[in-house]
Design a protein around this ligand. Structure first.
Ligand code: ADP
Ligand code: MG
Length: 585
């Protein structure tokens, strides 16, 4: 008797399970399946991503559904098209020995009439995104008035994406007596609201963080200067030649930018975010599954729940706003018992976030150093040598061997090896041999390092002078620039002084205590598509309050649309939009 049998599953499912190669149920499966099979109850199940939730609701649903009847009996709502397709595929695999059972996926961005036709043919189980589901209910293309089971999968994410109203509408079209099974990685307030409002005395199961699938994940952080994120990312990739990774950025724009840079720099990279068409997203996902894309740069929403096994590394190019999101990210690796690494690129000022994450995941981070250029060259060299050794010889080569021998005549073995290696190696060597160390000290009180970085002109107290690459040409005068800096930096007016605008750049001062904030804020800071750079000025002139006279007063910025300025920042600072739902689902 297998463990799955003891849970109460019957032959058609057991056979499919054995085909799938599942040997033992995961914890959430072990807890949820008997409850759902034996009891007519609502259920709230909390378990991290990658813990096998699909089967936890899928097996019982498949077993309980009458496959002889063609009535739609089960509805599964899931946040994204990708997840919707993934769940559908899984359910089809699980139910392959259940005669007559049909599972249909409905989601936005594909032909609605095709989907309606599939449903008309009879779909006992529908897997849907909320937006498309609501649409099809409105057009009377689906009938969910007789369902027995409703699953809200990744409920936290559906609510994050602003699907609350849609879910409410959809549920109002379902019978009161149906059972609702809610699955979620986390339990924010919004999820408990749903549980209270739409569920009847749900049983609850929680799979503890410690036993979750992600304990096979090692967490590492790398401290760099804000401006060095991209070169650091490149080094992390180069130091891990077999990398197969998801790289998380905070915004769609950063996602696109990082992916483009990687492609330009010769990596097999792709972008996945909500501004791409469905078609583009499918293409990227397909190449990623086939490992033609080694580095998938993605937003959290677009990558949510993507079930690709064997991901070796998750790289947090930027930390997410919410700590919870980090768990979702790192859960992309270390799946199905394999080990994985979740890397975080941080600046010193973000280090406290690492502490909070450690508390949340109850696992310690390793502080690691970005490899130096020379270390990377070495790694690449050994990787190349072992690749050469392991390469299967292509028999076609034989045909060309005489000619090749002619060309290589007189080159001895030693020299030949050196030359072969150099073909590839020189690319790395030329790039890395002259590069600098990217590591910032992660010691929060190590001022020496900071001094070093800024050429020694940050005094431990007193004022610091900065250079900023906007000026009168950008319609600033000293007053409006001061206003902009005050708002952007969230400082008081008196904290910014000696603002001195030139044609295409300007200078200003703050007290030394604000330096970190200033440099941090203006890291990868873009306005209207243009980077705004702030650096500590090498010329400390202009220090001392009151030194500058207000002689440059020339009124306010002409036509300077403060709005678009602020707007640029907002876009850059991530998904603060709250209820707004991306338009692509
Ligand atoms: P979740 O929904 O919790 O994120 P999934 O249901 O997508 O997790 O499952 C993650 C992966 O684990 C899938 O590839 C799935 O096929 C596999 N899996 C699920 N249950 C088992 C099991 N009992 N044994 C081995 N692999 C499993
Ligand atoms: Mg899932």
């Amino acid at each position: 008797m297998t463990k799955f049998e003891t849970l109460g599953l019957e032959k058609p499912l057991l056979d499919a399970i054995s085909d799938l190669g599942f040997e033992t149920p995961s914890e959430v499966q072990e807890k949820a399946i008997p409850i759902l099979l034996e009891q007519e109850t609502d259920l709230v199940a909390l378990a991290q991503t990658g813990t096998g939730k699909t089967a936890a609701f899928g097996f019982p649903m498949i077993q309980k559904i009458q496959s002889e009847s063609r009535t739609t009996q089960g509805l599964i709502l899931s946040p994204t098209r990708e997840l919707c397709l993934q769940i559908t595929n899984e359910l089809k695999l699980y139910s392959k020995y259940v005669k007559g059972l049909s599972t249909v996926a409905i989601y936005g961005g594909a032909s609605i009439s095709d989907q309606a036709r599939q449903i008309k043919r009879g779909a006992q189980i529908i897997v849907a995104t909320p937006g498309r589901m609501k649409d099809m209910i409105g057009r009377k293309m689906v009938d969910i008035s007789k369902i027995d089971y409703c699953v809200l999968d990744e409920a936290d994410e559906m609510l994050n994406m602003g699907f609350f109203e849609d879910i409410k509408d959809i549920l109002s079209n379902t019978p009161k007596e149906k059972l609702t099974w809610l699955f979620s990685a986390t339990m924010p307030k919004e999820v408990s609201v749903i549980a209270k409002k739409f569920m009847h005395k749900p049983q609850e199961i929680t799979i503890g963080t410690k036993n979750a699938g992600t304990s096979t994940v090692q967490h590492e952080y790398y401290v760099v200067g804000g401006r060095d994120r991209y070169p650091a990312l490149k080094r992390l990739a180069d130091a891990n030649p077999g990398i197969f990774s998801v790289i998380f950025c905070r915004t769609k724009r950063d996602t696109q930018k990082v992916a483009e840079k990687l492609i330009e720099d010769g990596y097999n990279a792709g972008a996945l975010h909500g501004d791409l068409s469905q078609n583009q997203r499918d293409l990227v996902m397909n190449s990623f599954r086939k490992k033609q894309v080694q580095m998938l740069v993605a937003t959290d929403v677009a990558a949510r729940g993507i079930d690709v096994d064997d991901i070796t590394h998750v790289i947090n190019y930027q930390l997410p706003d919410e700590i919870e999101t980090y768990t979702h990210r790192s859960g992309r690796t270390g799946r199905a018992g394999k080990s994985g690494i979740s890397m975080v690129i941080v600046t010193r000022s973000e280090l406290r976030k690492i502490k909070s994450i450690e508390q949340k995941i109850q696992q310690a981070f390793l502080s690691k150093k970005i490899p130096t250029g020379i270390e990377i060259c070495e790694i690449q060299l050994y990787h190349l040598a072992s690749r050469i050794k392991e390469t299967e010889i292509n028999p076609e080569i034989d045909n060309y061997l005489p000619a090749i021998n002619d060309v290589l005549e007189g080159v001895d073995r030693e020299e030949l090896i050196k030359k072969i290696i150099s073909v590839e190696f020189s690319r790395f060597y030329n790039y890395y041999s002259k590069t600098r160390d990217l590591n910032s000290s992660d010691d929060r009180v190590d001022r020496g390092e900071r001094k070093d970085r800024s050429k020694g002109d940050i005094p431990s107290n007193g004022s610091v002078r900065y250079f900023i690459n906007v000026g009168e040409r950008d319609n600033y005068d000293w007053m409006s620039l001061k206003d902009f800096l005050r708002d952007t930096l969230d400082l008081d007016k008196e904290d910014i002084f000696n603002v001195d605008t030139k044609d295409s750049f300007s200078f200003f001062n703050t007290d030394a205590q604000h330096t970190e904030k200033v440099l941090q804020t203006f890291t990868e800071f873009k306005v209207d598509g243009r980077f705004i750079n702030v650096e500590v000025s090498k010329n400390p002139g202009g220090s001392g309050r009151g030194g500058r006279k207000r002689d440059k007063k020339r009124g306010h910025r002409k036509g300077g649309d403060n709005k678009s300025f602020r707007g640029g920042r907002k876009n850059n600072s991530g998904k603060k939009g709250g209820k707004k739902r991306p338009g692509f689902y």
